[in-house]
Design a protein around this ligand. Structure first.
Ligand SMILES: Nc1nc2c(ncn2[C@@H]2O[C@H](COP(=O)(O)OP(=O)(O)OP(=O)(O)O)[C@@H](O)[C@H]2O)c(=O)[nH]1
Ligand SMILES: [Mg+2]
Length: 337
C-alpha cells in the first residue's frame, strides 16, 4: 500500500489535515508547536466515482478501491538535518514513506502561532526543502566515501553508483531536490536504492482559511490568500515539477462528522466544487491508476473485482472492446451518469 507522510513546519495544520483526510479525530491538533511527536497513522480509500461505473460496465461483483496510508509526522524546523527539534528522528519517519504531502500555511490568524512569525509559504517550503536536501547530501557523501575502496578495486556496481552520486551531489548542493535531477531511467532505478528524502514524489497542500476558499476557487487575483496559493503553485511547478492542492484543513476536519453529501453541500456553499481532501487523496497516485481496467474484467466478463490498485490503461484494442476507443473517451464513459 502506498504511504504518504504529512510533513511541514510545526503548527501549520498537519494533524488537522490528517484528521480531515482520515475522517477521524484521532490526532491531537492543538495550537502549539510540536503538538505531534509520535506519528499518527491512518488508512484511507481513494474516492473515485468512475469505479462504480466501471464496475457496472464490467459486471463486477465487488469493488475494491485503492487504499493509501497517511502518516502525520512531527513538525520540522530549521536545523532538523543537524538534529534540531528532534530532527533526525522526524527525518527517519519521512524516510519510511513513499510520498510526501507538504502542508504549507496560507491562512492568516494571529491567534495561531507561526514559528517564523509571518505568513510566507514559499519561505516555509524552502526551510523544509533545505533540511531535506542537507540530510540527503550528508547521506550521499557518506555513501560515496564508503564506496571508494570498491571503486578503486574496479567493482562495476560501485563505479555505476559512484557516477550517479557524482551527478546528484552538485544538484543537491544547488539546493535542488533529487527528484528533479536529470537521470536516465536506469540511473533512477539505482538512485532509488539511496533512499533519498528529496527523491520522493511530493505534493503541496496549501492550508487556507475557510473564508478564502471561494475567492481562490473563482481565481480572484486581489485576494492575498489566492496570491499565496499562486506563489506555491508556481514554486511547486518550477522547483519540484509537481503540483499544489488547496485545502481548508480546519473546516474539512470539522465536516468529518457530517455525511458526505451534507459536507459537499456545505463546501459548495463556500464556493468550491470539490473537497480539498478528495483532491489530495487522488493526487499522489499517477492518473493511470484510476483509468486502468483489469485484464480479468475484460477477458472474463463474469466474476471479477474492479479495483483501482489493479487497474491499468487499456490497450486501444481492449478499450475498444469496452466500447471506449481512447483514454479520454474511457474517462468520459466511466464518468458518464
Ligand atoms: N484558522 C485555522 N486554524 C487552523 C487551520 N488548520 C489548523 N489550524 C489550527 O492550527 C493549530 C495547529 O494545528 P495542528 O493540526 O495541530 O498543526 P500541526 O502542523 O500538526 O502542528 P505540530 O504537530 O505541532 O507540528 C490548531 O489550533 C488548529 O486548530 C486552518 O485551516 N485554519
Ligand atoms: Mg501535529
Amino acid at each position: 500500500m502506498l504511504s504518504a507522510g504529512i510533513v511541514g513546519l510545526p503548527n501549520v495544520g498537519k494533524s488537522t489535515l490528517f484528521n480531515a483526510v482520515t475522517r477521524t479525530h484521532k490526532a491531537p491538533a492543538e495550537n502549539y508547536p510540536f503538538c505531534t511527536i509520535d506519528p499518527n497513522v491512518g488508512v484511507v480509500t481513494v474516492p473515485d466515482p468512475r469505479l462504480a461505473k466501471l464496475a457496472e460496465m464490467s459486471h463486477s461483483q465487488k469493488i475494491v478501491p485503492t487504499a493509501i496510508e497517511f502518516v502525520d509526522i512531527a513538525g520540522l524546523v530549521k536545523g532538523a538535518s543537524a538534529g534540531e527539534g528532534l530532527g533526525n528522528q522526524f527525518l527517519h519517519h519521512i524516510r519510511e514513506v513513499d510520498a510526501i504531502v507538504e502542508v504549507v500555511r496560507c491562512f492568516e490568524n494571529s491567534d495561531i502561532h507561526h514559528v517564523s512569525a509571518t505568513i510566507d509559504p514559499v519561505r516555509d517550503i524552502e526551510v523544509i526543502n533545505t533540511e531535506l536536501v542537507l540530510a540527503d547530501l550528508t547521506s550521499l557523501q557518506k555513501r560515496r566515501d564508503r564506496l571508494q575502496k570498491e571503486v578503486r578495486a574496479g567493482d562495476k556496481t560501485a563505479k555505476i553508483e559512484n557516477a550517479i552520486i557524482e551527478k546528484l551531489l552538485p544538484h543537491l548542493d544547488a539546493g535542488k531536490p533529487a527528484v528533479t535531477a536529470k537521470l536516465t531511467p536506469e540511473e533512477k532505478k539505482v538512485a532509488n536504492g539511496f533512499f533519498l528524502l528529496t527523491s520522493k514524489p511530493t505534493i503541496f497542500a496549501c492550508n487556507v482559511a475557510e473564508s478564502d476558499l471561494g475567492a481562490i476557487s473563482s481565481g480572484k487575483i486581489d485576494n492575498p490568500a489566492a496570491n499565496r496559493v499562486k506563489a506555491v503553485e508556481d514554486y511547486a511547478r518550477h522547483h519540484f515539477a509537481t503540483e499544489a492542492v488547496v485545502i481548508s484543513a480546519q473546516i474539512e476536519s470539522e465536516l468529518v462528522d457530517l455525511g458526505e453529501n451534507e459536507a459537499m453541500d456545505y463546501l459548495r456553499g463556500l464556493g468550491v466544487e470539490d473537497s480539498g481532501v478528495h483532491a489530495l487523496i487522488r493526487a499522489p497516485a499517477p492518473p493511470e491508476l484510476f483509468i486502468r481496467i483489469s485484464n480479468a474484467a475484460l477477458s472474463q466478463r463474469k466474476r471479477f473485482i474492479t479495483t483501482t490498485s489493479s487497474l491499468s490503461v487499456p490497450s486501444p484494442k481492449r478499450a475498444k472492446r469496452a466500447n471506449c476507443v481512447s483514454k479520454e473517451k474511457l474517462t468520459k464513459c466511466a464518468t458518464a451518469t
